[in-house]
Ligand binder design. Structure first.
Ligand code: NDP
Ligand code: 8X3
Length: 250
């Protein structure tokens, strides 16, 4: 059966691959993001007939609700929501970090997820059918220097996902928080505000996750029988693990 899938942040990285995977699978995909030309390219690409481009800034509350209310009839009954749009800005420690960057991360990674979720929840509840994927991060589970607010927004996403599951008892709506580790997308380029060399350095000499790894995982989860709910799924490249605690000594 064709499902209607809303993917936020479909203009690059995970979101773009997730949109392509579902479209290729024969599902109908609402591909949302701010960069219109990228959405148009998706529409013109393979399986574009299954893609509805939606210019959307998830931080704009009214725009989110209006856009979802105004979807064409065949895209109205959203079966799967992938709350993927998000970003990290800066890697400075808290005293040096920019308060404006912190605000953008909160507005996008937290409020954006809340607006889009709220805008689709009632339709899912009425239909007793739905699957919400939130894209968290290992940064929501494990601290690292400079991860301050980015990690905290992803910890919010993790707990919100678990709490949603609890609230949605009896509705048949599934919720999964996907928590990826290092993956090469435009993530670091955005974090370092366009400094290509700094962004590329992050991935030097390692085998990182690819956007299509995450797309594959999400498509697989969405293909499981309806009685199966994966609550959280933390996924790292095999080359990534933990470094232990830091001890300050005399
Ligand atoms: P990219 O930078 O490649 O993609 C981010 C996407 O988010 C873009 O499509 C961008 O679209 C969209 N976006 C950002 N701000 C907004 C906004 N205000 N409104 C709508 N869309 C927005 O990075 P990734 O693919 O890596 O990131 C996707 C998600 O995965 C994020 O939530 C990120 O935190 C998370 N993540 C990434 C990891 C990684 O290592 N890459 C690891 C763990 C989690 P546009 O600018 O066109 O609006
Ligand atoms: C992205 C992974 O470790 O760079 O969420 O924060 S990390």
């Amino acid at each position: 059966m064709k499902r209607v899938v809303l993917v936020t942040g479909a203009t690059s990285g995970f979101g773009e691959e997730i949109a392509k995977y579902f479209a290729k699978n024969g599902d109908l995909v609402i591909a949302a993001g701010r960069r219109k030309e990228r959405l148009e390219a998706l529409k013109k690409g393979s399986f574009g007939e299954n893609i509805f481009p939606l210019k959307l800034d998830v931080t704009k509350k009214d725009e989110v609700f209006k856009a979802i209310e105004s979807l064409p009839k065949e895209y109205k009954n959203i079966d799967i929501l992938v709350n993927n749009a998000g970003l990290a800005l800066g890697l400075e420690k808290s005293p040096e970090a920019s308060l404006e960057d912190w605000e953008v991360m909160v507005d996008t990674n937290i409020k954006g997820v809340l607006y889009v979720t709220k805008a689709v929840l009632n339709v899912m509840k009425e239909r007793k059918r739905g699957y919400i994927f939130n894209i968290g991060s290992i940064a929501g589970n494990w601290p690292y220097e400079g991860g301050n607010v980015y990690g905290a927004t992803k910890a919010f996403v993790r707990q919100f996902s678990l709490n949603l599951r609890t609230d949605l008892k009896g509705t048949n709506i599934r919720v999964t928080n996907i928590e990826p580790g290092f993956a090469k997308t435009e993530f670091s380029l955005v974090r370092f505000k366009g400094e290509r060399e700094k962004a590329d350095d992050i991935y030097k000499g390692m085998v990182y996750l690819q956007a299509n790894d995450i797309a594959q995982i999400i498509l697989n989860c969405a293909s499981l029988p309806e009685h199966v709910n994966i609550n959280t799924l933390e996924v790292m490249p095999t080359s990534q693990s933990w470094a232990g605690f830091f001890i300050e000594r005399d």
